[in-house]
Design a protein around this ligand. Structure first.
Ligand SMILES: NC(=O)c1ccc[n+]([C@@H]2O[C@H](COP(=O)([O-])OP(=O)(O)OC[C@H]3O[C@@H](n4cnc5c(N)ncnc54)[C@H](O)[C@@H]3O)[C@@H](O)[C@H]2O)c1
Ligand SMILES: O=C(O)[C@H](O)COP(=O)(O)O
Length: 390
């Protein structure tokens, strides 16, 4: 039996996905965390914890390096909430272009019985613009950015994209009418709308600041539905004062941007739809089960992506440093115990490597001692044995 600890609201459909071999929130030393935005940056991890699965996209709330050092595989569920973010961003583009929030406030303030003459006169205050024919710059063309770009094209916009790290898979999803450029400056300089869809990391904090805003067209509308800090909010406030930015929409409030009718703040609801929460929870539950029961690392953030058919009675998985002679050291320990290897796979991602060894000749007597010896190898972060189900 494996124990999964949940944090935040995990959709019931995800919890229902777990088989009877999994229990939820039953111990203080779980095998897996299934989380959303809970901040684990200062957390101490229990000894038994083998995986942290983020139901959603951003893993900036997880100390990934620390998890790696403790042999904990970190996953997310890419794309599970991308459509929800796309719809929110597109709806806010329409809402800001058509002055919907101000128009709604006006109508709520003028509720007298015969308001029709007055509104016919005042409605010109809320004249808007259409999206068709306008230019949108999308910074980051991954799961969310590609969807926003494609939807904007469908609305008749001209779309310019910037993503220097775009994966081949992600590139396939982008409509070939999205014009790709090689700098933020080229992307934003003619754009009426700029939207940012990148992960938060050391390379993206302050990605859009004073300099990038200076490169934008006067009157631009800017969106940050990625994370707080990727857009420099102080620079935004200054640019709103000079009318360089016409409107700013973000999912991440903080005092410096509060109380401005030129700023729309939503309370981190980009992925908060029934559909997205269910997608993330179901995908997350399957990820937990696949890792704990098979050692699969699809969508793993800190280990190489490996899926190896599991046909033998036992599987040994080893997370270790990506240095020479690791496979040699590991297989020597098996040979010393006369354990035959039926199948073996090894791959690396940056400084971390993952080795999967399948065998039929492990048994209760040699299993614990072998795993303990493998865990004693200085470069090994975690070795574990998985018994074939059924
Ligand atoms: N507001 C919300 O509720 C919500 C919901 C989903 C995602 N997010 C945030 O949005 C981010 C993006 O989500 P996603 O699912 O599209 O992630 P993703 O990993 O699919 O795509 C991110 C893209 O950003 C690109 N990128 C990385 N650094 C870049 C840089 N310096 N300049 C330009 N592009 C860069 C990557 O190459 C990748 O293609 C997440 O990491 C998360 O922080 C927020
Ligand atoms: O990164 C994400 O997936 C989003 O920011 C959604 O976060 P949430 O799961 O806490 O709503």
């Amino acid at each position: 039996m494996y124990d999964v600890k949940t944090f935040n609201a995990i959709a019931q459909s995800g919890l229902d996905t777990f088989t009877n071999d999994f229990e939820i929130n039953q111990t203080d030393d779980p095998d897996a965390y299934l989380i959303r935005s809970v901040n684990l940056l200062e957390a101490e991890f229990p000894q038994n914890l083998k995986t942290i699965v983020r139901a959603g996209a951003g893993v900036n709330n997880v100390p990934v390096d620390k998890a790696t050092q403790q042999g904990i595989a970190v996953f997310n569920t890419p794309g599970s909430n991308a459509n929800a973010v796309k719809e929110l961003v597109i709806s806010l583009m329409v809402a800001t272009a058509r002055n919907l929030f101000a128009a709604n406030n006006y109508s709520n303030e003028h509720t007298e019985a015969d308001v029709s003459q007055r509104t016919e006169k005042d409605k010109t205050k809320f004249n808007g613009t259409e999206l068709a024919g306008k230019r949108l710059a999308v910074i980051g063309l991954g799961n969310v950015g590609s969807m926003v770009a494609n939807a904007a094209l469908a609305l008749g916009m001209k779309v310019i994209g910037y993503d220097p790290y775009l994966s081949a898979n992600a590139a396939w999803r982008i409509n070939n009418r999205v014009k790709r450029v090689d700098s933020i400056k080229k992307a934003v300089r003619t754009a009426d709308f700029v939207t940012v869809h990148v992960p938060k990391n050391d390379g993206t904090i302050g990605l859009i600041g004073t300099k990038e805003i200076a490169d934008m067209k006067a009157g631009v509308t800017l969106f940050n539905y990625s994370r707080i800090g990727i857009v420099d909010n102080r620079a935004v406030v200054k640019a709103i004062r000079t009318e360089k930015i016409n409107h700013y929409c973000t999912d991440f409030g903080e005092p410096v941007i509060a109380d401005s009718d030129k700023i729309t703040i939503t309370p981190h609801i980009g992925g908060s739809t029934l559909e997205a929460e269910s997608n993330g929870a179901v995908q997350g539950a399957n990820t937990v089960m696949n890792y704990l029961e098979n050692g699969d690392t699809t969508n793993c953030v800190n280990l190489p992506n490996m899926q190896v058919g599991f046909e033998t009675a036992y599987r040994i998985t080893v997370i270790h440093q990506n240095v020479p002679n690791m496979v040699g050291q590991i297989s020597t320990q098996l040979a010393n115990r006369n354990i035959n290897i039926e199948n073996m796979a090894n791959a690396a991602k940056d400084k971390v490597a993952y080795t999967i060894i399948d065998s039929d000749s492990l048994n209760q007597n040699n299993e614990d001692e072998l795993i303990s010896t493998l865990n004693d190898i200085a470069e090994v972060y975690r070795a574990r044995v998985i018994k074939h189900q059924g």
